[in-house]
Design a protein around this ligand. Structure first.
Ligand code: AGP
Length: 608
């Protein structure tokens, strides 16, 4: 997604903007640009390609003097990647410049109206409409012009705006696209995400929908669209700067994989009190929990895979029916929701457009909604009735790992809570489950530290064309995530199949040397999946098996076995996924892929 940075301070703005944008590169982009007020006019420089191109064009900002500016990395939505479509966009007089993240859904209608009034457009973007519309409504009062424009926009946006005749101000406003503001030591900033400003400030304001931020040299004021001032509290972000940097690892993804023991521990421990599960943020009495007769999980991508896993866990442990939907389907299906159905939205970024829309759909139905979110203060976190944070810290790599693991354990905690309150879990079982939960971090650590053998194995598959993953029950959910990890960072075609489905068509794809990853962590399903493995191996497949350390039988039929330590059958996803993440990572590295920023992908899909 696009990245926005803005700065007003006592030192040159351009280097700060370029530095901030470099911390947002993970969001995926194809061009970038900055606008700086140089004392008399707004200078704009922008370029297609990586940020490096812009840095070279501006000699690392040296050719753009001035202490007030805005910057942008663009992930194209309307108009192909090009210099002219890059942001910032500006009005004809060059007195107003704007950067934008989101989609203006009614931009064509506005564009036609403005063209009829004589406005000329240089780009194909929706954003340029905003620059001219601001020009149209501007009578010397920025807040007034911004409000007039917002009333006329449909869609999602986060804007950074400069007005040449207000050179001591930077304006920012958002609706559905994330935007933060911060008071730094040498000046004040806006940005799309925390890593861009951590170097300058830890006290962050999460700008709410429709709130306009006015940054001046020594203060940040907030207003609503009626021009009334709003009081806001800054949140202190204690992520250390390294947490948003690579910390010595080759890639953010590898660093974040190795953070999984910590993220799992950080997500579990605040909710373990006196040997019981206490989830205060649920804000529900036992009675209210008992009143829930169905749960629906709605999410995208890996977060959806967590939901698929959770279905087996909630239905097995708490005997509570659970539906799982991809958000992009749920939001347009006019879903039938029961009155007492709890809707859980799982989202790392808390800004995924489809998941946010699904949340709103559920709220329109009057259902209680719970967000399982990683980014503090994100839209889903703020709009859900309840929010349970996964304390995974900033996840920079596009391919999620530590947030996925944190989401899994959040769902385990919820399932245990619901099972307990519904009388489905004895004291003894509760004790056992908590003991197993507490062991997960060290077991994950052990799996991470045994990656040498796996790295060698992965190198054999850098030229693979198709890789299949199979499993039953929770193992099927694990297969889905294993497959997504591999394909999204190595670009190798991969699919996950319920093992029992192979004979209904997929097995025709098995041929000599085809790699099939088989997940067998559910003891009661071992035999079934092992017979599916034989179906594949007799047709020439090479079998990679991930299974519990007790299941040595597997060595008779699998070519390469990875054992995971013993844990509660409901928690095996947290362990089996580790070697699958590592496998995907080493194949992608072996192929020379851009592991942290895979092609065509963005970290947070804030547009449909
Ligand atoms: C997973 O590796 C991908 N990055 C993607 O599938 C991601 O899980 C999905 O886009 C959902 O993102 P969210 O959790 O931020 O809502």
């Amino acid at each position: 997604m696009c990245g926005i940075v803005g700065f007003i301070g006592k030192k040159p703005a351009a280097p700060v903007l370029l530095d901030g944008l470099s911390k947002l590169e993970y969001r995926g982009y194809d061009s970038s640009g900055i606008a700086v007020y140089d004392g008399s006019t707004i200078q704009v420089k922008k370029a297609k390609g990586r940020l490096k191109v812009l840095s070279e064009l501006t000699h690392d900002g040296a050719t753009m003097p001035g202490t007030v500016g805005i910057g942008h990395t663009r992930w194209a939505t309307h108009g192909e990647p090009s210099d002219v479509n890059a942001h910032p966009h500006y009005n004809k007089a060059g007195t107003i410049a704007v950067v934008h993240n989101g989609i203006i859904e009614n931009y064509l209608k506005i564009k036609k109206r403005l063209q009829a009034k004589g406005y000329e457009f240089l780009s194909e973007t929706d954003t340029e409409v905003v620059a001219h519309l601001l020009d149209y409504y501007y009578k010397g009062e920025p807040l007034e012009a911004i409000s007039q424009v917002l009333y006329r926009l449909d869609g999602s946006y986060a804007f950074g705006i400069l007005f040449a005749d207000h050179p001591d101000k930077v304006y920012a406003v958002r609706k559905d696209s994330p935007l933060i503001a911060g008071i730094g030591r040498d000046g004040n900033l806006i940005a799309s995400d925390v890593p861009a400003v951590l170097k300058y400030t830890r006290d962050i304001y999460f700008i709410g929908n429709g709130e306009i931020a006015e940054l001046s040299l020594d203060a940040i004021a907030f207003y609503n669209t009626d021009g009334e001032s709003i009081e806001k509290e800054a949140k202190h972000i204690d992520w250390d700067e390294n947490a948003a940097e690579k910390g010595g690892y080759e890639h953010f993804m590898l660093k974040e994989m190795y953070e999984q023991p910590k993220t799992v521990r950080d997500t579990i421990s605040p909710r373990l009190k006196d040997n019981d599960i206490v989830i205060e943020e649920l804000g529900m009495t036992d009675e209210e929990i008992r009143a829930i007769d169905r749960i629906r999980v709605v999410a995208c991508g890996s977060a959806y895979h967590v939901g698929v896993s959770a279905k087996y866990i909630f239905e097995g442990m708490a005997r509570l029916p659970m539906e799982v939907d991809t958000a992009s389907e749920f939001r347009y299906r006019n879903p039938i929701l029961g009155e007492k159905e709890l809707v859980i939205i799982i989202s790392q970024s808390g800004e995924t457009a489809d998941s946010l829309a699904a949340l709103r759909e559920a709220k329109e139905h009057g259902n209680l909604t719970l967000g399982i979110v990683n980014v503090v203060g994100s839209s889903i976190a703020r709009e859900a009735d309840r929010v349970m944070y996964t304390w995974a810290g900033p996840e920079i790599a596009v391919a999620t790992t530590k947030a996925y693991s944190a989401q899994l354990v959040a769902m385990y905690l919820l399932a245990i809570k619901f099972a307990r309150v519904n009388g489905r879990l004895s004291d003894g079982q509760l004790k056992e489950y908590i003991t197993d939960l507490k062991k997960l971090p060290e077991q994950i650590e052990m799996l991470l530290n045994n990656d040498e053998r796996l790295q060698k194995f992965a190198n054999r598959y850098v030229a693979a064309k198709d890789v299949f993953f199979i499993g039953r029950g929770i193992d099927y959910a694990i297969s889905m995530e294993a497959s997504l990890k591999l394909k999204e960072i190595s670009y190798i075609h991969s699919d996950a199949y319920a093992a029992g489905e192979l004979k209904h068509g997929t097995i025709s794809l098995i041929e000599e040397g085809r790699l099939v990853g088989a997940i067998l962590t559910q003891k009661d399903l071992y035999k079934k999946t092992m017979s599916n493995i034989v179906e594949c191996s007799t047709r020439g497949a090479f079998i990679l098996a991930v299974t519990n350390e007790e299941n040595t039988e597997i060595e008779k039929i699998a070519d390469y076995v990875i054992y995971i330590p013993q844990t509660n059958p409901y928690f095996t996803n947290s362990l089996a996924i580790i070697p699958m993440q590592l496998f995907a990572y080493y194949v992608a590295v072996g192929k020379g892929c851009d592991v942290d920023k895979p092609r065509n992908l963005a970290k947070s899909v804030t547009v449909e």
